[in-house]
Design a protein around this ligand. Structure first.
Ligand code: GUN
Length: 296
């Protein structure tokens, strides 16, 4: 298939998710509640600037109040912890998000553990990660895994009984996605294989996938010979690579060699326009839920 008919439109599906939040936001408004989402960005990582900017813009479009605290790269861990303590105590902030990656001198696990679990709209706090592993729906699910689940469900693709091969075991995508999809629950119930840098015969695992999720952060790693014809391919990667032909000397590519994989995939997420918008939509979803719960 060479037409665009096998594309999964993440922008359109994310827009649907956001539209469905509007009545909930309206109900909060009639109770005098405007959800508040506090962002924290440490340093000037160009990609993080772009991501937080997009999250702020979507929040503003929905009428969610937001503010971004931008801290210098050299900020001591103790200062970041002190800011989180203030945000935890301030009732006007229902969600708190510290953008990853953090500078090396800051211990990310200490930071994520310092956010109140009921304001942890990123779902990175150990309590929320634990709830996810236990299948407790009361926790917050990290936004990219939640977005991938939602995206395929709404595209009419079932996870039920499917063999899902995930490439990458990171704490933001691979590991929580594996935990989410293996749950004995509707919209899950998949057989999950989690592959990583030490996996032997990786291409063989990939070829056995009904649904292949590439989230390891290696430019165009997934080639045509790793994909069973008809398989669903989800590309989570965002990698900047050198391209002297481009004005800035670089371009963005996913973890999937899109041009050669798209023709043989059953369905495939474009990149950009696939997973990225879903991550933001699920963040807004988690924030609305946090505001509802905290003000109930
Ligand atoms: N960096 C890449 N993805 C994410 C995310 O979902 N949340 C945060 N906080 N940082 C990220």
């Amino acid at each position: 298939m060479t037409s665009s008919s096998n594309l999964i439109d993440g922008r359109a599906i994310a827009a649907q998710v956001l539209e469905e939040l509007r009545p909930r936001l309206e109900r909060l408004r009639t109770r005098g509640v405007q959800p508040g989402l506090a962002f924290v960005r440490v340093g000037e990582d160009p990609a993080s600037r772009v991501y937080v900017g997009r999250k702020e813009k979507t929040a503003a479009e929905l009428g969610i109040r937001s503010h971004t605290h931008v801290l210098p790269e050299a900020t001591p861990e103790s200062e970041l912890l002190a800011l989180l303590d203030r945000l935890n105590r301030d009732d006007s902030w229902h969600g708190i998000l510290v953008q990853a990656p953090l500078p090396r001198h800051i211990r990310a696990e200490r930071i994520y553990a310092a956010i109140r679990p009921d304001k942890d709209v990123d779902g990175f706090h150990p309590v929320n990660m634990g709830r996810l592993l236990l299948g407790d729906p009361g926790g917050f699910v990290p936004c990219t895994p939640a977005g991938i689940q939602e995206l395929l469900v709404r595209a009419g693709i079932s996870w039920e009984g499917a063999h899902v091969v995930i490439l990458g075991r990171g704490n933001i995508v691979g590991k929580p996605l594996a935990a989410l999809l293996c749950q004995k629950a509707p919209r899950a119930n998949a057989t999950v294989t989690l592959c990583h840098s030490a996996t032997r015969n990786l291409a063989e695992h990939c070829r056995r996938a009904d649904i292949l999720v590439a989230a390891m952060g290696v430019p165009e790693f997934v080639r045509a010979d790793m994909v069973r014809p008809g398989a669903v391919v989800v590309d989570v990667g965002v990698n900047r690579v050198a391209d002297p032909a481009r004005p800035g000397g670089t371009r963005l590519v996913g973890d999937v060699a899109f041009a050669e994989v798209q023709p043989l995939a059953g369905r495939i997420t474009p990149n950009p326009g696939g997973v990225g918008p879903m991550t933001i939509a699920m963040l807004m979803h988690n924030t609305v839920r946090a505001a509802e719960t905290l003000t109930a």
